[in-house]
Design a protein around this ligand. Structure first.
Ligand code: NDP
Length: 453
């Protein structure tokens, strides 16, 4: 590409981002997510002018609708408490809105818009008919009793139920929202609607949940890495991996990596990380799962139990490894971390979390041409199996573990192939570009077909 052509593209991106920032002041995370995608989509639209018309990208970055509401609930001391909740219904061009609910004190409208926008492209990539949305609350489930969490979830659903439905908007889990919270929300939804439908996913197996949904995001992320490695004639077996987080995504990433013969040497939470050079094998992982999902304890207890090092308030990216899986939260892997990973010879990075790598970090991985699987492709396995849960609910059947896992492996391979199709550059595959463009094209085709709606 000539210097003049790249200067013109950059001017288009700057112009677009200037408008987006002006329309959405102060929403840093949302700006970051859109800019990352625009850097792939705008050049693609210049090469394919049919996608550059009708304000497609402008319309795609404006949510269809945002619902904001108060959630009042009673704590264990009998005090009334109030939180704020949102549901961002971003884009339903190719199917009902679909995306998780996040309960965490850091939740803001900007965070949910970034997640919702990413979700639109991600859901399109899964090959399933799902639009994109996201929701959540600044409620902090940590330190709350089960009854407090129940009262909060029930109260939230009293309002949210008016805006969702199996053909309208289908929420699921995310940070702070696991099976317990989904169960409380679904129970209240079912009562209010007086219908038993697949309106939430991530449900318990006894009431419409799908096998492998809990494992799907972590397993899918490892399957995506396997596909990327295969393009270089390589595999997972024998690799050393660094994983961040110890929640749903991280635990199942560790599990699948270990099953496929890798050694996982770290796990973390917001208090710090543990480094276990012997590897977090199956027995240690069972203990860790119990710690994090049943006892809701802290990762430092793992170091105390198994006699390894705990690094308070630090992240694991200085630990030498072949593969890295940031699987905790956004912007947890920055430029200096990318430099450390590259310095230690990392060959592949798969984003289990949403937008865990900041702009600088991502640019370094792309410049180094390592295998870099961006979130909207690498962690799409979770929402894909949520889509399969919807299908099973609609058909009133349950597929076996093997059936669902086969679907998941197949979907992750299709996502990978789509990324390759749109991400081929001279001598390597730019998965960031591939994922953004492949996700964009399907939605743009639908929006162009609908006209001005
Ligand atoms: P969980 O709530 O199960 O776990 C989150 C993990 O990240 C915990 O270990 C938590 O530690 C850690 N964490 C959260 N916030 C921070 C922070 N600010 N700094 C450091 N660590 C932090 O969430 P999930 O595993 O479900 O989600 C993790 C990521 O994956 C998120 O980005 C989510 O959007 C994404 N994702 C999840 C999917 C799913 O199916 N669950 C699907 C697709 C993406 P602590 O316990 O101390 O808070």
């Amino acid at each position: 590409m000539t210097n003049q052509a790249s200067a013109e593209i950059q001017a288009d991106i700057d112009h677009f981002m200037h408008g987006l920032r002006r329309r959405n002041p102060g929403e840093r995370e949302f700006h970051q997510a859109v800019e990352e995608s625009a850097q792939s989509i705008i050049p693609f639209c210049r090469e394919n002018p049919e996608y550059g018309k009708d304000q497609i990208l402008e319309r795609m970055t404006e949510p269809d609708r945002i619902v904001i509401f108060r959630v009042t609930w009673e704590d264990r001391h009998g005090n009334f408490r109030a939180n704020r909740a949102w549901r961002v219904q971003f884009n339903n061009s190719i199917g009902p809105y679909k995306g998780g609910m996040r309960f965490h004190p850091s939740v803001t409208l900007s965070v949910l818009k970034f997640l919702g926008f990413e979700q639109v492209l991600k859901n399109s990539l899964t090959t399933l008919p799902m639009g994109g949305g996201k929701g959540g609350s600044n409620f902090n489930p940590k330190g709350k009793t089960d009854r407090e969490v129940m009262r909060f979830c029930h109260s939230l659903m009293v309002e949210l139920s008016r805006h969702i439905g199996e053909d309208t908007d289908v929420p699921a889990g995310d940070i702070g929202v696991g099976e317990r919270e989904i169960s409380y929300m679904f129970g209240m939804y079912k009562r209010l609607a007086n219908r038993f439908t697949g309106t939430l996913t991530g449900k318990g197996l006894a009431f419409g949940g799908s096998l492998v949904r809990t494992e799907a995001t972590g397993y899918g992320s490892v399957y995506f890495m396997r596909e990327m490695l295969a393009t270089r004639g390589d595999g997972i077996k024998g690799k050393t991996a660094v994983v961040s987080g110890s929640g749903n995504v991280a635990l199942h990433t560790i599990e699948k990596l270990t099953q496929l013969g890798a050694k996982v040497v770290t796990a973390s939470d917001s208090g710090g990380f543990v480094h276990d050079p012997d590897g977090i094998g199956p027995e240690k992982l069972e203990w860790l799962k119990e710690l994090k999902t049943v006892r809701r304890g802290r990762i430092r207890e793992y170091a105390e139990k198994f006699g390894c090092d705990f690094y308070e308030r630090e992240r694991p990216w200085n630990v030498p490894c072949d593969l890295a899986f940031p699987s905790a939260t956004q912007n947890e892997l920055r430029g200096t971390d990318a430099k450390a990973l590259l310095g230690n010879g990392v060959v592949g990075v798969c984003e289990g979390a949403n937008m865990p790598t900041d702009h600088d970090g991502m640019q370094q991985f792309l410049d180094a041409r390592i295998l870099f699987g961006p979130a909207k492709a690498a962690n799409a396995g979770g929402v894909a199996v949520s889509g399969l849960e919807q299908s099973q609910n609609a058909l009133r059947i349950s597929w076996s573990r093997e059936q669902v896992n086969q679907h998941l492996e197949h979907i992750m391979k299709s996502i990978h192939d789509n990324c390759v199709q749109h991400g081929q550059e001279e001598g390597w595959i730019n998965y960031v570009r591939g994922a953004n463009v492949a996700g964009f094209v399907k939605i743009a085709d639908a929006m162009l077909a609908y006209g001005a709606v």
